[in-house]
Design a protein around this ligand. Structure first.
Ligand SMILES: Nc1ncnc2c1ncn2[C@@H]1O[C@H](COP(=O)(O)OP(=O)(O)OP(=O)(O)O)[C@@H](O)[C@H]1O
Ligand SMILES: N[C@@H](CCO)C(=O)O
Length: 291
């Protein structure tokens, strides 16, 4: 029996749609794995009533299949599904790291990223790497066709998860099919600024680079109160605010001493719209850990 803790993640960070991701110190999924003749799955914890235990429909089932590593897999969900915090990816990342160890498959962390992404394909139809990469490798990740580049960073973040469900599938339907050249120029500038900020561990540059006018405005319409929450966080000192993953979590970068005030004002702004929410005062952290 092996236990793996795999962190929640935030993909996109505004300007890095389908490319950037960060591992969060909290929340996380905890997954226990033991060898078996066939794969069986038990799910408990946050939102477990909405998560299938059928290995054909759960992200960990696809990972066990890809590694030819059947197991009994107990998932304790710390990351609510359809949150924009990489819930499905956290389980897939934990399974990839744990089964690789349990069956002594010898894959590197980077090699495990496309394997875990097969789990993501089960739920969203596409094998996105941008959540599984940071959950496996930690820090800030840049996932492209060429592979994954990783930078250790420790930027303070506030992630506010409203009681709204946005599935990745639905959020992908509203992504615009085209962008103007001026928007591409702006996106390149913002993505480069954000990447520099990660290298320097500079919340100001990271926040500035989170600005996005291509994908975020269409998706913001799916999140009741988004503009008000964003404005509130910026007024409380956030250096940048955007949608986490496909939403509905709204994520803010900041200096550490502003975290508490930003968390409180984001909750208040959702409450003013009559929406319950929970908030995580967190920061960029490490990838999946085996216990
Ligand atoms: N192990 C799992 N953990 C969580 N959700 C799972 C799992 N296996 C299958 N699912 C399904 O995946 C869907 C949630 O995934 P989705 O990608 O929409 O949300 P998310 O992972 O929180 O968001 P994002 O990718 O935007 O950060 C739900 O329909 C859920 O039932
Ligand atoms: N990059 C993906 C993350 C969610 O899986 C999206 O925003 O749709």
């Amino acid at each position: 029996m092996l236990t793996v803790r795999a962190p929640a993640t935030s993909a996109n960070l505004g300007s890095g749609f389908d490319v950037f991701g960060v591992a969060l110190e909290r929340p996380a999924d905890v997954v226990r794995l033991s060898k078996a003749d066939r794969t069986t799955i038990d799910v408990t914890g946050a939102g477990s009533q909405f998560i299938p235990e059928d290995p054909e429909k759960n992200t960990v089932g696809a990972v066990a299949e890809a590694l030819d590593a059947p197991a009994h897999i107990e998932i304790d969900k710390g990351v609510r599904p359809a949150s924009g915090l990489g819930s499905s990816a956290a389980s897939a990342a934990a399974a990839a790291v744990g089964l690789n160890e349990l069956y002594d498959r010898g894959h590197s962390r980077e090699e495990l990223v496309p394997i875990a992404a097969k789990g993501e394909a089960v739920v969203s139809g596409d094998a996105h790497d941008d959540n599984v990469a940071p959950s496996i490798m930690g820090g800030f990740t840049i996932a492209t066709e060429a592979g994954v580049r990783q930078v250790d960073a420790s930027i303070p973040l506030v992630a506010c998860l409203p009681d709204i469900v946005v599935s990745t599938r639905d959020a992908r339907r509203v992504v615009p099919e085209t962008a103007r050249v001026e928007q591409l120029v702006e996106t390149v500038g913002n993505a480069a600024t954000l990447t520099t900020g990660m290298h320097r561990d500079d919340p100001e540059l990271v926040g500035e680079g989170m600005h996005d006018t291509v994908v975020t405005p269409s998706r913001a319409k799916l999140i009741d109160g988004y503009e008000e929450v964003r404005e509130a966080a910026l007024s409380a000192g956030a250096t940048g605010v955007t949608i986490s993953g496909a939403g509905p979590t709204v994520i803010a970068a900041c200096e550490e001493d502003r975290q508490r005030a930003i968390a409180s004002t984001m909750l208040d702004a959702f409450a003013d719209r009559g929406i319950d929410a929970r908030v995580y005062q967190t920061r960029i952290g490490r990838g999946a850990q085996i216990f």
